[in-house]
Write a protein that binds this ligand. Structure first.
Ligand SMILES: C[S@@+](CC[C@H](N)C(=O)[O-])C[C@H]1O[C@@H](n2cnc3c(N)ncnc32)[C@H](O)[C@@H]1O
Length: 359
C-alpha cells in the first residue's frame, strides 16, 4: 500500500537565515587559505604597526604582486581582519589583529590554528576515502602544514599556561623539577612542550618521544636552536613501548586521544614511572556528553577529530578512537584501565583540561 507524505512546512525566513549564515561560513572557509597566505608571505607582519598602506606599498614591501595583494586586502577588509579607509584608500591592521596575527609570544596568536585547519582540509579527500573503508590515516601521512600548524597553535597555549599554571597545579612536581627530575614527554610532536619545560628547569633531564620520525627530526633541530640539546633527547618510539624507567614525570600533551591504544599507553606509563612519579595528561577541553560540546570550541575540535585525531587512532593497533572530545569520564576510564588509581582534574583553559594521574 502506498502512502502519501504530507508536505513539510518550510519557514522561509529560517531558510534564508541559514543561507546567509552559509555565505559567512564559505567566506570563513576560504579565509583560512588567505590567513595562511598573509602569514607565509609576510603581509600581516608588513602591515603591523605600519599605519595605513596602499596595496602598491604592501606589495613593494613584501616583494609580491600588487593585483593579488589588492584582492587579498579587500577580502581581509570585508572579513574585519584589516581596516579600510575609503578616503585615503589605505589599509591597516588594528592593534588586536596585530597581536593575534603577528605576535608569536601571545596566547592569542592564531596563524598556527589556521595552518593546521588548512592542512586538514587539504587532506580531506583521503579522509573521505577512509570514511568509506573504515581505514585510518596516520599522523605522519598528513601534509606538512598539519605538523607545523599543530606546533605553532599549541605552543602559544603552552607558553602561557604550562610553566605558570599547569606544572604548579600538580602535587609536588615543581619542587622535583627544580631539584633535578627525569621527565618523559610522550607524543611530543615537534617538542614545543619538551623544550619549554627544559628551559624552565635547567637541573632536569627530558626525553621526548613520538611515533612519527619526521616530527622527531624537527624536534631535535628545535632543541639545538633553543640551546637545550644537552639535556633533551628525542626518540622515535610509540607510546606503548617508549624507553627508560624511573620517570618522575611523564607528560602527554594533546595526544592521548590520537593514540591507537591509549589503555596500552597508560599501562606502559605505569611501568615506567618512579614509585612516586606523576603522569600529566593534557587533553582538549570537553564535557562528557555530546550536548556539552555543541559550542564553537567543541565544533572546531569535533572537526579536527574527524579529519585528524580519529583517523590517526584508527590507523594504529587497537584503534580505540577516543576522539578529541572524549571528556573527563572517558579519560578517567582509560587511566584506570591502565592500572593507575589516583586521578584528578588539576587545571583548565578554554581549550584544554589538565589531569594528574598516579599509581
Ligand atoms: C596533536 S599532536 C600533538 C603533538 C605535541 N604533543 C604538541 O602538543 O604539540 C599528536 C601527536 O601524537 C603523536 N602520536 C599519535 N599516536 C602516537 C603513538 N601511538 N605513540 C606516540 N606518539 C603518537 C603524533 O605523531 C603527534 O605528534
Amino acid at each position: 500500500m502506498s502512502t502519501i507524505e504530507e508536505p513539510v512546512a518550510v519557514d522561509v525566513d529560517k531558510l534564508m537565515q541559514f543561507v546567509f549564515r552559509a555565505v559567512d561560513e564559505v567566506g570563513a572557509t576560504l579565509n583560512t587559505a588567505l590567513v595562511v597566505m598573509g602569514d607565509k608571505l609576510g603581509w600581516y607582519r608588513a602591515l603591523a604597526g605600519a599605519g595605513g598602506l596602499s596595496p602598491t606599498e604592501l606589495a613593494e614591501r613584501t616583494g609580491s604582486a600588487e593585483r593579488y595583494v589588492r584582492e587579498w586586502l579587500n577580502a581581509q577588509a570585508a572579513g574585519g581582519y584589516v581596516d579600510y579607509d575609503p578616503d585615503s584608500g589605505l589599509y591597516s591592521l588594528p592593534p588586536e589583529q596585530t597581536v593575534a596575527l603577528t605576535d608569536a609570544s601571545s596566547p592569542a596568536y592564531l596563524p598556527g590554528f589556521f595552518q593546521i585547519a588548512l592542512g586538514s582540509v587539504l587532506d580531506s579527500p583521503r579522509i573521505m576515502d577512509a570514511a568509506l573503508s573504515g581505514a585510518g590515516l596516520g599522523w605522519g601521512e598528513h601534509v606538512h602544514d598539519v605538523h607545523d600548524g599543530c606546533e605553532r597553535f599549541f605552543r602559544s597555549g603552552y607558553n602561557a599556561h604550562l610553566v605558570a599554571e599547569w606544572l604548579p597545579a600538580l602535587d609536588g612536581v615543581v619542587a622535583k623539577l627544580e631539584r633535578g627530575a627525569l621527565v618523559a614527554d610522550v607524543g611530543c610532536g615537534h617538542g614545543a612542550s619538551t623544550i619549554l619545560m627544559a628551559q624552565a628547569y635547567p637541573n632536569s633531564t627530558f626525553v621526548g618521544s613520538d611515533y612519527h620520525d619526521g616530527s622527531i627530526e624537527t624536534a631535535r633541530r628545535r632543541a639545538q636552536e633553543a640551546g637545550v640539546a644537552d639535556r633533551v633527547r628525542f626518540e622515535v618510539e610509540p607510546s606503548t613501548t617508549y624507553s627508560g624507567t624511573g620517570y618522575d614525570l611523564v607528560t602527554m600533551f594533546d595526544c592521548l586521544h590520537d593514540m591507537g591504544d591509549p589503555v596500552g599507553a597508560a599501562r606502559h606509563v605505569l611501568s615506567t614511572l618512579a614509585p612516586d612519579g606523576t603522569w600529566m595528561i593534557v587533553e582538549p577541553a570537553a564535557g562528557d556528553r555530546v550536548e556539552d560540546n555543541l559550542n564553537p570550541v567543541g565544533r572546531a575540535f569535533y572537526a579536527f577529530s574527524t579529519l585528524l585525531c580519529t583517523p590517526a587512532s584508527l590507523s594504529q593497533d587497537v584503534g580505540l578512537a577516543l576522539g578529541a572530545q572524549a571528556g573527563e569520564a572517558r579519560i578517567h576510564d582509560v587511566v584506570e584501565a591502565g592500572g593507575l588509581t589516583h586521578f584528578r582534574r588539576v587545571a583548565e583553559t578554554p581549550f584544554n583540561i589538565v589531569y594528574e594521574a598516579r599509581r
